[in-house]
Design a protein around this ligand. Structure first.
Ligand code: PMP
Length: 359
């Protein structure tokens, strides 16, 4: 740390992203909840050499074409959506600008919330999940600050129903920000509630269900006023936060609904498949509505030991060295072949005969 670093920021503990290994070709990479599938063929066509040549020009700071496409899908006005360089950037704007009364979020949830609260000196009320890792909305009744809910939650994968989000919205003085990074894998979106509640902001991403983690594209949907606030931040920080290629990729991805549905259906099927197999091997698998499962091996094997044993078999999953999470690992749902390899390796680790492979 240099002596020039602002005192306010000296105690910030930066977010640690999942490992992005160099030898990715040799690994089955199930650690950062990316899609195992490539972007839609329409995306690959849109980002062509003409688009690359146009990189000499700045992108459209209003993201008008993409906003039109996404707003139609959500049944809202284009002025009700805006975009971030990943949803992480939009979440940062929310902590920066929309937490005048502080913030409230779960003890076990997306790790970035805590980092942003510290970065922007937001007083954070941490609300513990219940014993079974579920979130009880009544536990937020007395919280005055902006409520951040990852729905489905990460790394548990557990989702709230739309009615539960609606309960949180009854206190109209308080803003509720629902982070729907994983919503497309079977959970209820809160977007339909926007017509009734102006104290709701929904944040989403193209990183998971639209196969564009590397393009960095997130969105926010909310009242025109809330979106104008976020745009004030965008334009005061970096009006060109979405680059030209990402704008094209995003729009093509939104327009290819059949591919979107095809990929998420496969992920949901593979999630059910791997959850059943792991439960059959004695694992505790939390009920996931995401593109990952949070799974704990049977007694005698800790989350860390399982993580390391998989790693030595070239399978990379995510382990969190944190209270209440140590007994689990988070496994991204991949292709059927990748899930079979994971189950095979798990049987090997547990010393269970792999009949599936022999017969
Ligand atoms: N919210 C949650 C709950 C996440 O798990 C992630 C991915 N790490 C994000 C937001 C951020 O996603 P991105 O910045 O790639 O849009």
């Amino acid at each position: 740390m240099s002596r020039f670093f602002d005192n306010k920021l000296r105690t910030v503990e930066a977010y640690v992203p999942g490992e992005q290994p160099k030898n990715v070709g040799e690994l089955i990479k199930l650690n950062t909840n990316e899609s195992p599938f490539p972007p839609s063929p329409a995306v690959i066509r849109a980002v062509d050499s003409a688009a690359v040549r146009d990189l000499r020009l700045y992108p459209d700071p209003t993201c008008a074409s993409l906003a039109n496409a996404l707003s139609q899908q959500f049944g809202v006005e284009p002025s009700q959506v805006t975009f971030g360089n990943g949803s992480d950037e939009l979440l940062a704007f929310c902590f920066h600008a929309l937490c005048g009364n502080g913030a409230a979020f779960a003890d076990i949830t997306y790790g970035f919330y805590k980092v942003f609260a510290k970065m922007f000196s937001v007083a954070a009320e941490i609300v513990p999940l219940r014993e079974d890792y579920t979130l009880a909305v009544e536990d937020y009744a007395r919280c005055a600050g902006t409520v951040f809910i990852a729905n489905p939650n990460a790394p548990t994968g557990i989702a709230l129903k739309r009615g539960q989000i609606e309960e949180l919205l009854q206190n109209k003085e308080r803003l509720v920000i629902v982070d729907e990074a994983y919503v497309d894998f079977g959970a209820d979106s809160a977007v339909p509630l926007l017509s009734k509640y102006d104290n709701l902001l929904v944040i989403g991403t193209f990183s998971k269900s639209r196969q564009l983690a590397g393009a960095r594209l997130g969105y926010a949907v909310g009242s025109e006023e809330l979106i104008a606030d976020l745009n004030t931040l965008r334009f005061s920080f970096n009006p060109y936060n979405i680059n030209r290629l990402t704008l094209l990729a995003g729009e093509a991805a939104v327009q290819d609904a059949p591919y979107f549905d095809y990929c998420r259906k496969l992920i949901i099927e593979n999630r059910q498949y791997v959850s059943e197999k792991l439960r059959g091997l004695g694992f505790r698998v939390l009920p996931s509505m995401t593109n990952f499962v949070f799974a704990g091996p049977q007694e005698g094997l800790s989350g860390k030991e399982y993580y390391e044993a998989l790693r030595s078999r070239n399978i990379l999953v995510r382990y969190f060295d944190q209270d209440r999470l140590r007994e689990f690992v988070r496994i991204t749902i991949g292709t059927t072949d990748q899930m079979d390899a994971l189950i095979s390796a798990t049987k090997d680790i547990l010393g269970v005969e792999d009949y599936d492979c022999d017969y």
